[in-house]
Design a protein around this ligand. Structure first.
Ligand code: AQP
Length: 332
């Protein structure tokens, strides 16, 4: 779909680790732009993130880290409803209602489940399997038209649309049919240690990702040690996947064209290119890290932002839930 304007937009992020450059270039930058001309709901999906192993004693802290991170990149609570999923109980209630009309076969086809299950083997839970139904509830409660996501999530949004259609046909036309919005300029950033995998918060190796809060010298070290192919060829089409990924990061961060970047580094050594890449990444992330440190130091303020977001979210979600329950024949 085209860039939404005048629409209701919802997206979520898991508090499953440090926000990284992949999250920023692939999602959060667009979230900031979308708040300009849409009604936006940004949700820290803490109920989703517990579908894989996590540490309860650190979890509140992770949610506050994510809140500070979103504010630091430019999510503005005056223009966005920013809230934690677990603080709006309508999400779990609608999840149950929708789960009763979602065929198992549709969930079995979800590739994220297959991937994550393969990592956890016998330990994977019903929650991990049912994840896309909760995601559908997140979206449908706010009557979202557009859901900005990466390619990997398109399948889930299509499922949410099918769930909404089925509900509307079976009971009453309650839900808006959502569409995935995959921003055209959004980069898919790969791991710095293995370019066949995406950059991911939950990667065991900290060297594989650049956290938005990494200090400049840490960023430089990670970039200087990022894997590359043997020959230094700087081409968006002809380099190997490791260098293409680094070029992609350079383009997304600097805003320069592919041609200009290829020309700038033609004949350079990897060291020269990586130094320049580290410079642009550090320049972009330093103000974000500084804002983050300031915001993260005031937990009461962060909790206040979430409390306001929770009220605003519940004011929309609760009437939608009530309408769905009524249509299903419940006393409300
Ligand atoms: N490497 C990436 N490149 C571009 N976009 C990315 N996103 C994630 N990784 C990259 C986008 O960030 C948004 C929020 O993602 P999420 O937190 O819901 O979960 P995720 O996609 O599973 O991200 P991670 O970092 O890989 O988390 P873990 O390790 O916990 O599974 C989404 O829009 C996503 O597309």
């Amino acid at each position: 779909m085209d860039t939404p304007s005048g629409k209701t937009v919802l997206s979520g992020i898991q508090p499953s680790g440090s926000l990284h450059l992949g999250n920023y270039l692939g999602a959060l930058k667009q979230w900031v732009e979308l708040q300009e001309s849409n009604t936006v709901y940004y949700c820290i999906v803490d109920l989703h993130a517990i579908t894989v192993p996590y540490e309860p004693t650190e979890y509140q802290s992770r949610v506050l880290d994510a809140t500070a991170g979103l504010l630091a990149v430019g999510i503005d609570p005056e223009r966005s409803t920013l809230f934690a999923q677990s603080q709006v109980p309508a999400h779990t209630e609608l999840n149950w209602l929708l789960s009763t009309t979602t065929p198992l076969g549709e969930l079995e086809r979800m590739t994220q489940f297959k991937d994550k299950q393969a990592k956890q083997r016998e330990k994977s839970s019903l929650g991990l399997f049912a994840y896309p139904v909760l995601q559908a509830a997140d979206i449908l409660l706010y009557q979202a038209h557009a859901v900005p996501v990466g390619e990997d999530q398109v399948q889930h949004i299509e499922l949410a649309r099918d769930i909404a259609k089925r509900f509307n046909n079976r009971y009453a036309k309650i839900f808006t049919l959502p569409e995935a919005y995959v921003p055209k300029g959004a980069a898919r950033i790969k791991s710095l240690t293995d370019p066949t995998k995406k950059m991911s918060k939950s990667d065991e190796s900290e060297k594989s990702y650049i956290a938005l809060m990494d200090e400049p010298e840490v960023i430089r070290k990670k970039i200087m040690s990022a894997v590359t192919e043997t020959e230094p060829v700087f081409s968006f089409t002809d380099s190997g996947p490791a260098v293409q990924n680094l070029l992609q990061i350079f383009a997304a961060v600097s805003g320069e064209t592919h041609e200009a970047i290829e020309k700038q580094f033609a004949g350079s050594a990897y060291k020269t290119f990586k130094e320049a890449l580290a410079d642009v990444v550090i320049a972009q992330l330093t103000p974000i890290r500084e804002r983050y440190q300031e915001l993260r130091a005031d937990e009461n303020k962060l909790k206040e932002v979430l409390a306001t977001g929770r009220e605003q979210a519940a004011a929309i979600a609760n009437p939608t839930l009530a309408a769905a329950k009524e249509a299903m024949g419940f006393l409300v």
